[in-house]
Write a protein that binds this ligand. Sequence first.
Ligand SMILES: C[S@@+](CC[C@H](N)C(=O)[O-])C[C@H]1O[C@@H](n2cnc3c(N)ncnc32)[C@H](O)[C@@H]1O
Length: 320
Amino acid sequence: MAAVPEMIGHVPVLVNEVCEIFNPCLGTGVIVDATVGGGGHTSALVRAFLEKEGSKGNPGVQILGIDLDPESLAIAFSRLEGFGCQMIDIDAGSKRGSATPLVCLVKANYADMATVVNRLGFKPIKGVLMDLGISSIQLQPERGFSFDADGPLDMRFDRTGGGKSCLDIIRRASVRDLERWLKDYGDEPAARRIGRRIYSWRRRINTTRDLADLVASLVPARRRHRTLARVFQALRIVVNREIESLRCGLEAAVRILAPGGRLVVICYQSGEDRCVKEILRRHKGCLRNLTPKPLRPSLGEVGLNPRARSARLRALEKVL
Ligand SMILES: C[S@@+](CC[C@H](N)C(=O)[O-])C[C@H]1O[C@@H](n2cnc3c(N)ncnc32)[C@H](O)[C@@H]1O
C-alpha cells in the first residue's frame, strides 16, 4: 500500500460503526462513498470486504468514491491503488476499464451522484456513505480553511471549478447575510456581534489571519478556539453551498439505492443533521430509521481524534 493513515493525516470518524452498518451490503453490490476524501472510510470498507469474501478472485467494482476535491482524490488514489483502483475523468468522457477494479474514483459533486452512477453503469447500489464537512488533509494554509495558519481566504473544495472564494463572498455580503450564516451554519451564539464586526471590517480582511484576529478580539480567550471553529465552518458551508448540495445529494442517494440498501450520513453541525431528519420525514414510507438515536463517538475515540467530538451518525435503510 502506498500510504498509511498516519502519513495522510486524516483519521476517519466512527469507522467501526460505518463498517458494521454496511456489512450486510458488502459483496452484494456497489457502495458509493460520496465523500471519499483521502480514502479513510473506503480503505476500511475494502478491508472489511476482503476479510468477508476471502480470496474469491476479482470481485469487480465494490466502491465508487466521489469527491469534489482533486487533491484529496489524488491522495485517495495513492492509498487505494494497491487494492486495484481506477480514476475516472467523467467530464472527459472516460469510461470504466474492462478489468473492473475494486475501487473507482470520480471527481464530482455528490449532488450529481445519480448521474455519475447511471453514466458509469454501477448497480445495484447497496450503500451510500456521506461523511460531511472537511478532512484534515485540506487544512494546508494555502486552501484557506484553517484559522491556525495564515493563508488566502479561499475555502473552496474545488479550486478548479470557478466559484467565489470566501474573500469574494465576505466582501459582497450584507450584514444580515453574515449574521444569518454564522447563526444557521455555525450555531454561533454571538452571531450578531461577530457578523456586524466582519461587515464593518470587510474591506480590511484579506487573509485567514486577518479574519481570525478580528474574531478572536471579540471573545474571551477561553472561548476563542470554539468560536473560530464555528465562524470558519459557517463560512465554508456558504462558500461551497454545502446545504444545497446536501439536500440534492440525500435525494439522489434515496433514489439510487436498491431495496435493502443503506444510507449512512455523518454530520458535524445541526443544519446538516436537520437535512437528514427532513429526508427521513419526506420518504417515511420507503425508509427505515436504523438509528432512532444518532450514534456518537466514544470518549476514547474523541480522546484520540478531537475532530470526532461533534460527529453524529444516522443510518437509514431503503425498504421499497
Ligand atoms: C470529512 S471529509 C471525508 C473524509 C473521508 N471519509 C476519509 O475517511 O478520508 C469530507 C469530504 O467531502 C468532500 N465534499 C464536500 N462537499 C462535497 C460535495 N458536494 N460533493 C463531493 N464531495 C464533497 C470534501 O472535499 C472532503 O474531502
